[in-house]
Structures are given as C-alpha cells and as structure tokens.
Design a binder for this molecule. Structure first.
Ligand SMILES: Nc1ncnc2c1ncn2[C@@H]1O[C@H](COP(=O)(O)OP(=O)(O)OP(=O)(O)O)[C@@H](O)[C@H]1O
Ligand SMILES: [Mg+2]
Length: 461
C-alpha cells in the first residue's frame, strides 16, 4: 500500500478525526481483522456476522495500529464515517488514481473467475509486479482491500469481479476502473437471486460497459450471451473460445489420463503448445481467457503457453486431485457448485475414472430459485449417464438429484441419499475399494469439503 497519513485518509474519505493526536501518522496497510493489525496498520471496523469490529478497535491499536476507521468512537484514535465500506472504496479509488503506471484488468462470469484470475495473474507476473486477490476476495470489502495493496511498483492489478445483483459490477468498476475486462460465461449460478439468466447477462455486461474506448473487452465467443456484450462496450473486442472463429483459441485439445488438457494455443501473434496442470477440460476456456488477457498486456504466445503450463492451482478445493496410498483418487471440488460447474466436474470424473469405478458425492446447489429442482434432477441424470458406480446424495436440499438419477432407467449403479456429511463418509467407507475415483461437489455452504478431507486424511478446517 502507498503510505497515507491519517490526515490524508480523513481528507479522501471525508471521515471525522476523533482522539487523533498525530494526524501525520502513516497508515501502511488496511486490515479488517484486528489479529492482523500491527505497527502502521489502519484497522477498518466492520460489523461481522457474529462479532462487531468496533469491539476489537482497542486491541488493534494496542497491537500497533495507527488508528481505526469506524462508525462510532471506541476510545482510541479514529476516523469516523457513517459508511466504512464506502470509505474503503474511496481510499482504493484514490490510490488507483495516484498510480498512472498501473493497468487494471477485471474478470467476471458465472463460473471460472477465480481459476482464470489465478492463471492470468501468473501470466501477468511474467511482465511485471502483479497484485491479485487471494481466493475469491471479490466483494465490496475484498475488492478495495486488494486494490489498496498496490504501490508505485505494481504494474498489474488482476481483479475478480463478482455480482450478487444489478449494479454490483458497475460499482466495483468505479472503485478500480479496469482498462481490460474478461467475461467468461453467463450461466445459471445465482439465477435465483438475479431473477433469471437475462438479468445475469445484464449484470455481467456491466464490465464491458464500464471499459474506456482505449480498453479491451475480452469476450468468450462460445457463449452467445457474452459475445452479444460486444454491443455494450466502447472498447476494442477480442474474442477467445473453443470455436474456430475466436481470436485466441485452442487447437488439437486432448486430455491425459488425469483429466489434464494439452492443446495448441492459437493467437494472432503465433501458436505454442500448452500442457495444463489444472484438471478438467473446462479449464481450457479459462486458460484461453488468461492467455488472451496476457496477450493484450504484451506477453508473447510462447511465454503465455509456458506460463499456463507451469501454472499451479492457487485456490483450494477446485478440482483438487489427491491420490491416496491405497490407489483411491479423490477429486475435491467442494468449493462451490452451480449447474455448469457440476456438469464440468461430472464430465471430468468420467475422464479421470476411465476404466475404473467412479463415485460421485453430490450435495445441493444453492441460489437457483425456481429452477432448483430441475437443475438438481439434471445433475442426477448426468451422473447416471456418466456411468458412475455409485452416487451419494447429501442433504434434503439435494434430494432431486436422486430422482434425476433414478429416471435414467438403463443405469444400475448404487444410489444412496444420506442426511449429512458424516453419513456420507461412513457410506463411502463401505463402498470404496483401491483404484476407485471419488468426486465430491456441492455449494460451499453444504460443507462437503469435510467429506473430501476425511477421504484424504486431512484434518477438517
Ligand atoms: N469454465 C468452466 N466451466 C465449468 N465449470 C468451471 C469452469 N471453470 C471453473 N469451473 C468450476 O466452477 C467451480 C468454481 O470455480 P472458480 O472458483 O474458478 O469460479 P468462480 O467464478 O470464481 O466462483 P465464485 O462465484 O464462487 O467466486 C469449480 O468447481 C470449478 O471446477
Ligand atoms: Mg471466485
């Protein structure tokens, strides 16, 4: 972060100093967890789900924080503002505006944002110092905190833009205006909250709409709803995708026994071979998006291909493959789920399992509104048609997966509905044999990582 005095922070945010004795004291970082507060930190007090940050203001200052950004006095040096997230947003924008050498790229879409962000960041790092959020730190708090990490040395900010409703992405684009914007896909994730897929498309389109005329909109030409966003941007359009018409595309895609894709990266600047370390064919599209973005930043195709081939997964529980000593392969994809990601995971399970017995442990996909039952039934059908040896469905909310699988009359695998993750682990104990492959997947709140971690022998977190 660029050091800012408390007086400067007050000026930028419009906050009112209270008990501040040294307005020249420099804030060198902004933290929202008092346990991370040390000398030079500015502690932003936020109301949490269980605790209120204001209760930890004194502890943060005792640990060395120069002050707190808060909505009410807490007996320590503070900058008081009615809206702490808004103050963080203003700080972030001020930092961005003071760094003319910074190039900002935003990535949005219904699935694959974190994966693509991690890949793109690893490519941008080859060109210069890059800052990207940890994990999915992509909401109205995480976004400004990530931006605030930038300094004069930073060349690239690679940001993940997530939306839970209309206007969210536009707002994130105001906090840190991107010159490059990637849209991956418009899928069924969170259609319940948005009201339908047309609304999802409109919200994702806020990113291309926010780009300047000298910017670049990178659009997935395999998804007609994304390609249509070319009409909503003043920026130059570059396409990526599996189809032959894409500017950046993949030729000769093949999968190894582990479900990892190899392909020839085809760009206007040249072609180069890629061998991904990430599991699942769906990652080809994520890789193409990252390569297209990096190409626009100036990375030659050969280097992009090298970078993609070297890129390791950075964010956990996304198609994380563990080989157990007894020969059982565990695919932990318990980070999240929606219909597109579920389909991709089941397809990958079938590839990895080729010739071995496949088991799927599936839980609910949240936030699908009126489509929920149908989408769960479809997932059950997919698993059955993929020929899994066993399907274990966890929790009442996921029950339509059972009926979807049952409807596939030609499938005769083991079908089990269990109430919770503990029962799923117990059931697997009886079913699994050396050589089997197990996929574990559900929305985050279902906690199915407990099943995966029990299977791999890691302690549950
Ligand atoms: N292109 C894709 N098509 C289908 N599924 C995908 C694709 N990319 C990633 N996935 C799957 O989607 C899930 C989430 O991936 P990732 O975390 O990259 O997405 P995200 O868009 O960041 O999600 P979130 O909205 O939760 O932040 C994982 O299970 C991953 O395997
Ligand atoms: Mg994410």
């Amino acid at each position: 972060m660029i050091p800012l005095s408390l007086a400067e922070v007050a000026k930028i945010t419009g906050a009112e100093p209270s008990l501040v004795t040294d307005p020249g004291a420099l804030a060198r970082s902004v933290v929202i967890d008092s346990r991370q507060a040390g000398p030079g930190a500015l502690f932003a007090a936020l109301p949490g789900e269980r605790v209120d940050g204001h209760d930890f203001a004194a502890a943060a200052v005792a640990a060395g924080a120069v002050g707190v950004l808060a909505t009410r006095p807490t007996g320590v040096p503070a900058l008081l503002t009615p809206d702490v997230p808004e103050a963080l947003a203003r700080l972030a924008r001020a930092v961005v505006d003071s760094l003319p050498g910074l190039t900002i790229a935003g990535i949005t879409g219904s699935v694959g944002k974190t994966t693509t962000k991690d890949l793109a960041a690893q490519l941008a790092e080859r060109l210069g110092p890059t800052i990207a959020p940890h994990g999915s730190f992509n909401n109205e708090i995480g976004h400004p905190l990530t931006v605030l990490r930038a300094t004069e040395a930073t060349r690239y900010l690679v940001l993940e833009l997530s939306a839970r409703g209309a206007g969210h992405i536009a707002r994130l684009c105001e906090i840190a205006p991107p010159r490059l914007g990637v849209v991956l896909c418009v899928g069924h994730a969170r259609t319940g909250e948005f009201g339908g897929i047309a609304q999802v498309a409109r919200a994702k389109g806020e990113l291309p709409a926010a780009l300047p005329p000298d910017g670049v909109a990178l659009l997935n030409s395999d998804d007609p709803r994304v390609l249509a966003m070319a009409d909503r941007t003043a920026a130059r359009v570059v396409t990526f995708g599996r189809g032959g018409e894409a500017t950046v595309r993949a030729a000769d895609v093949r999968l190894d026994d582990g479900g990892r894709a190899a392909f020839t990266l085809v760009t206007p600047g040249g072609t180069a071979p890629v061998r991904l370390r990430l599991v699942g064919e769906h990652n080809v599209t994520n890789a193409l998006a990252a390569a297209a973005l990096a190409g626009e930043l100036g990375l030659p195709a050969g280097e992009a291909a090298e970078g993609l081939s070297a890129a390791a997964p950075r964010s956990r529980w996304r198609m994380e493959v563990t080989e157990r000593p007894d020969g059982v392969t565990v695919i932990n994809d318990a980070y999240n789920a929606n219909p597109e990601a579920m389909a991709a995971a089941i397809q990958t399970l079938a590839v990895v399992a080729r010739g071995r017995r496949a088991f799927a442990v599936l839980g609910p996909m949240n936030e699908l509104g009126g489509e929920s039952r149908m989408r769960h039934e479809e997932a059950g059908g997919l698993a059955a048609r993929a020929g899994v040896a066993g399907l274990i469905v966890v929790g009442e909310d996921a029950a339509p997966i059972l009926s979807g699988a049952r409807a596939e009359r030609s499938w005769h695998g083991e079908l089990l509905g269990v109430p919770d993750t503990g029962s799923a682990v117990a059931a697997l104990g009886n079913l699994l044999e050396p050589g089997d492959v197990v996929l574990v997947k559900a929305s985050r709140s279902a906690g199915l990582e407990r099943v995966a971690l029990a299977l791999t022998g890691e302690a549950a977190q």
